[in-house]
Design a protein around this ligand. Structure first.
Ligand SMILES: C=C(OP(=O)(O)O)C(=O)O
Ligand SMILES: [Mg+2]
Length: 558
């Protein structure tokens, strides 16, 4: 095994300790069929196991409190899902024993969830955990979970379920490393909440030998196997420098010479507001409203009502008095499909009727959302702005602006720049709408013809690609020429060094997950605007992502 492995760092800090593996044995149902007349008793056995697991999850939640409680309660709801229960009953009726019926019903549900796109796919680990718990209960074997240990350790798992992470003792668990998961998985969210460093998506993590000492850097995503004292000291030093820098930077985002770059939060709903406020977000740069349409409360068969939407939007606006809140209208399709908006049989959904295209084909859904936003903004001091996703040209921008007017919305209307054509014709877009926001995740997908959901193409998702920086520069220059704002709300904004480069390219605000805000604030505060501009030119002059980053780091003095 290599001495240095690299995954994705999702929770800052460094840790060193012995590896302990999570009990991940997949429980297999015994091969047996029900005899005549056994079904009623078997149904009862299944129902009792489900209820016991749901109650246990709730009890763990009550003990843990806070964010963990919400997650565990959501898992208890999954366990009690009436459709799952009906499927289990049906399978038992067809002769399956309870273990087999639970196993297969969850597998069917899992497939649905995994196919529903990135955010819902992140909940697959939660569902697997619920299934394992019910199976363990039925089989009478110990629950899967965190290993027992007398001393502190680094926890290694395929993916972590909230029921396990919620009750972790940060004094014992020094850090997490998982083979799967991403920045939106619960492992990542809860690691950040617990304040322990975490690295996810590290292939081969499962092969680390129990008891080996590893060092985990939750920022760079590095895991060093058997680190020497010098290597460990260097990692600690880096972490200490980052902490010191964090402590010094306060207040609104700005470069060392006072050039303001507002730091905003990306949120998926009212539940993310507290973390954004705590991180000192100056507002919201991207409210991904599709989670209201796809999320826990929605069943995905029809849009939430205007009243339901109004309430959710009002909650968010109220949290940012006098702040800016940019709401993106529903972005359905490709990684976030919605049956009533997107065609079922598109050969290539990422290039299909998605985003604004789907909304223009269902204008009533768009108009209802805009009306709900207008109502939510009444009497609030927050400054509402609305923007449309996946806009390819000025005609679409005009249609969006017209819909905003028709809905009687007085908020500023803008568009996301996520398609190269929008960046190339940014000035024309700004004849129709009032601001731009760069969605670098999709912009990378469409610039490099690389599906953002295909792991094997992930290097093309690297926002340091110089061609992507060129498109950012084009958009920012167009906005400047038109006297308009041009922010970034894709993942690019959350990389502290790249954030400086983006500021140097002329981007006017940066929006990111709340956890990244303090790091970006601290790094920006270290450099003048002129230094950021030099770093931006150096990065654009490079030929690939790696050398662009190296050139920018060198230009910024390390
Ligand atoms: C911010 C973006 O939108 P999403 O990730 O929700 O598609 C983007 O594409 O960069
Ligand atoms: Mg996008």
């Amino acid at each position: 095994m290599d001495a240095r492995l690299r995954g994705v760092g999702v929770s800052h800090g460094v840790a060193r300790g012995e590896v302990r593996h999570m009990g991940t044995a997949v429980l297999e149902p015994p091969a047996r069929r029900l005899a005549e007349g056994e079904a009623p008793r078997e149904r009862e056995r299944a129902a009792r196991a489900v209820e016991a697991v749901a109650a246990d999850l709730e009890a763990r939640g009550a003990l843990a409190g806070g964010e963990a409680q919400a997650v565990l309660e959501a898992q208890a709801l999954m366990a009690r899902d009436p459709e799952l229960a009906a499927d289990v009953e049906r399978r038992i009726g067809a002769g399956d024993i309870a273990e087999q019926a639970v196993h297969d019903a969850f597998a069917a549900y899992r497939e649905l969830l995994a196919a529903a796109g990135e955010y819902l796919a992140g909940r697959v680990a939660d569902l697997d955990d619920v299934r394992n718990r019910i199976l363990a209960r039925l089989l009478g074997v110990p629950m899967p979970g965190v290993p027992d240990s007398d001393g502190p350790f680094v926890l290694i798992a395929r993916d972590l379920a909230p029921a396990d992470t919620a009750l972790l003792d940060p004094a014992l668990v020094l850090g997490f490393v998982t083979e799967e998961g991403g920045p939106t998985s619960h492992s990542a969210i809860l690691a950040r909440a617990l304040g322990v460093p975490a690295v996810v998506a590290l292939p081969g993590a499962g092969e680390l030998v129990e008891g080996t000492v590893v060092a985990v850097d939750g920022e760079s995503g590095e895991v060093v196997v058997a680190p020497g004292d010098e290597e460990w000291a260097a990692l600690e030093q880096r972490a200490a420098e980052r902490r010191a820098a964090l402590g010094e930077a306060r207040g609104p985002g700005a470069t060392a010479d006072g050039h303001k770059v507002p730091l905003l939060a990306n949120i998926g709903g009212p539940g993310d507001v507290a973390a954004a406020v705590e991180a000192g977000a100056e507002g919201v740069g991207l409210f991904r409203t599709e989670f209201l349409f796809l999320g826990d409360g929605a069943d995905g068969s029809e849009p939430p009502s205007v009243a339901e939407q109004t309430e959710a939007y009002r909650h968010v606006l109220a949290a940012f008095p006098d702040g800016r809140v940019v709401v993106r209208v529903l972005d359905a399709g490709a990684d976030k499909p919605l049956s009533y908006l997107n065609p079922a049989d598109e050969p290539n959904p990422a290039l299909g009727v998605r985003g604004l295209r789907a909304l223009l084909a269902h204008r009533e859904v768009l108009l209802d959302q805009l009306r709900a936003l207008g109502r939510a903004a009444e009497g609030q001091s927050a400054y509402l702005e609305v923007m449309a996703p996946m806009v390819a040209g000025p005609g679409e921008a005009r249609e969006f602006a017209e819909a905003c007017r028709e809905a009687g919305l007085s908020a500023r209307a803008g568009v996301m720049v996520e398609v190269p054509s929008a960046a190339l014709r940014a000035r024309a877009l700004l004849q129709e709408v009032e601001f731009l926001s760069l969605g670098t995740n999709d912009l990378a997908q469409y610039t490099f013809a690389a599906d953002r959901q295909v792991g094997a193409l992930s290097r093309w998702q690297d926002p340091w690609q110089p061609a992507l920086l060129d498109l950012v520069a084009l958009s920012a220059e167009a906005a400047k020429a038109e006297g308009r704002s041009c922010g970034v709300c894709g993942e690019a904004a959350s990389d502290p060094v790249l954030a400086c480069v983006l500021a140097g390219l002329g981007v006017t605000s940066l929006s990111m997950g709340a956890a990244s805000i303090p790091y970006v604030r601290a790094r920006l505060a270290r450099h003048t605007l002129a230094e950021c501009e030099r770093a931006a030119s150096a990065a654009r002059a490079a030929d690939d992502a790696e050398s662009a980053r190296a050139a920018a780091v060198a230009a910024l003095g390390g």
